[in-house]
Design a protein around this ligand. Structure first.
Ligand code: DOR
Ligand code: ZN
Length: 429
């Protein structure tokens, strides 16, 4: 039976569509978008007063399974994604074992098929066990459907390994996603190398530790004619180099996380390890540069770096706590509230950076409500104020510095291939 989503405010940057439209959905696809669609013989869902966007897509999601099921599973992450308005997420390879060969991708795909809620795109490792030396089975993993490679959690330290991987990725037509961190410079750093590190007596992580690898890899990507994507850009210095590199026509893309866009180094004073991640939160000037870069296109897209950890791990000694925070269930509303409502970014730009561009990076036929494409969409309530509550997360990870933040723009319905997977905050499966 076909469904008509009636009278919602549609925002779809992929087809410059903005305004009040009906959307006809049938057989898992968008069939039509028009001012008025006949409802005869069709199910009607009245969504007047709500906003419809192409489903959110996250290119940077740590699902932890296999091996880290106490932190998160593919099922719990899928439910968190549906609750947060995400219709596609990725499965980053820093699991135990690391996803570094075709057999492990096959195993992962079986787990993903079993979860069967949102779309999940496996990402492979760059190097065997992500140890930074010998290359992983990249070609075989691509044959098994991986969309990109990364050793995220670590940057690939060996320049020669990255060069080989980039050349192979160029041949295979997939991007290499780099976590830029020179470990000789970052050392045992815990937080940004600045005022707060001094105040708390913690070792710092400099912006240069990120920028050095960014510049190195841009040079190598240019030589290999490869697609390099810079993960979680955190500093004004990195932005400066990205801007320069893009201005001379080098093919590189970049992402920024919601936390780097909204918080600064001082968050660890109040939130402790809930604000501890890699790369670290930096200064107000860095945050401003990241926001500007997102507006002007120097940074292409927003990714969550959803990194669940257990309560025990995150509430003990600060220095012993692992890096990372969850993001799937907070990303859209905190960004809508603090960037769109404050006129830093338009809603259209936010949707473009959270849906259309992530789809383009991974070559996915989503991030659009064009007729003929899958009915992957998110319906938002932009009017009602709600409160972020970590205890209501579907994610097993409760590690967030955004608990108790008042927000607008909470997703109220998530649809994947025409199937409703979340309605009014309740995940259907
Ligand atoms: O904070 C982080 N956590 N940064 C990363 O690069 C990895 C991630 C994780 O896997 O926990
Ligand atoms: Zn990373």
């Amino acid at each position: 039976m076909e469904t008509v989503l009636r009278g919602g405010n549609v925002v779809d940057p992929s087809q410059q569509c903005e305004g009040r439209f009906d959307i006809l959905i049938g057989e898992g696809l968008v069939v039509d978008i028009a001012k008025r669609i006949s409802t005869t013989g069709r199910v009607i869902e009245n969504i007047e007063g709500y906003t419809v966007i192409p489903g959110l897509i996250d290119v940077h999601t740590h699902l932890r399974e296999p091996g880290g099921e106490a932190k998160e599973t593919i099922v719990s992450a899928s439910r968190a994604a549906a609750a947060g308005g995400y219709t596609s997420i990725t499965a980053l390879p820093n699991t135990n074992p690391v996803t570094d060969d075709a057999r492990k991708v096959e195993h992962l795909r079986a787990l993903i098929d079993h979860a069967n809620l949102v779309r999940i795109w496996p990402i492979g490792a760059v190097t065997k066990d992500s140890a930074g030396e010998k290359l992983a089975e990249i070609a075989q993993m691509v044959a098994m459907g991986i969309r990109a490679v990364t050793d995220d959690g670590h940057g690939v330290q060996s320049a020669e390994s990255v060069r080989q991987a980039l050349c192979m990725c160029a041949e295979l037509k997939i991007p290499l996603l780099q976590h830029c961190e020179d470990e000789t410079l970052a050392g045992q750093g815990q937080v940004h190398d600045g005022q707060i590190a001094l105040q708390l007596g913690l070792p710092g992580i400099s912006a240069s530790s990120e920028t050095v690898m960014l510049v190195r890899d841009v040079v190598l990507a240019q030589a290999c004619k490869a697609r390099l994507h810079i993960m979680h850009v955190s500093s004004a210095q990195a932005v400066q180099w990205l801007r320069m590199v893009k201005s001379i026509g080098i093919q590189v893309t970049a992402e920024v996380t919601p936390h780097h866009l909204l918080l600064t180094e001082s968050a660890v004073v109040d939130d402790g390890a809930m604000a501890k991640m890699k790369p670290p939160l930096r200064t107000k000037a860095d945050r401003k540069a990241l926001q500007e870069a997102l507006v002007d296109g120097t940074i292409d897209l927003i990714a969550t770096d959803h990194a669940p950890h257990t309560v025990e791990e995150k509430t003990g000694d600060f220095s012993a706590a692992p890096f990372g925070i969850v993001g799937l269930e907070t990303a859209f509303p905190i960004l809508y509230t603090h960037l769109v409502k404050k006129d830093v970014l338009s809603l259209t730009q936010l949707v473009d950076r959270m849906s259309c561009r992530p789809a383009a990076l991974l070559g996915l036929p989503y991030g659009t409500l064009k007729p003929g494409y899958a009915a992957d969409l998110t319906i938002l309530d932009l009017e009602q104020e709600r409160t972020i509550d970590k205890d209501k997360f579907y994610s097993k990870g409760k590690n967030t510095p955004f608990h108790a933040w008042p927000v607008y723009g909470m997703p109220v319905l998530t649809m994947v291939g025409g199937r409703v997977v979340m309605k009014n905050g309740i995940v259907t499966i």
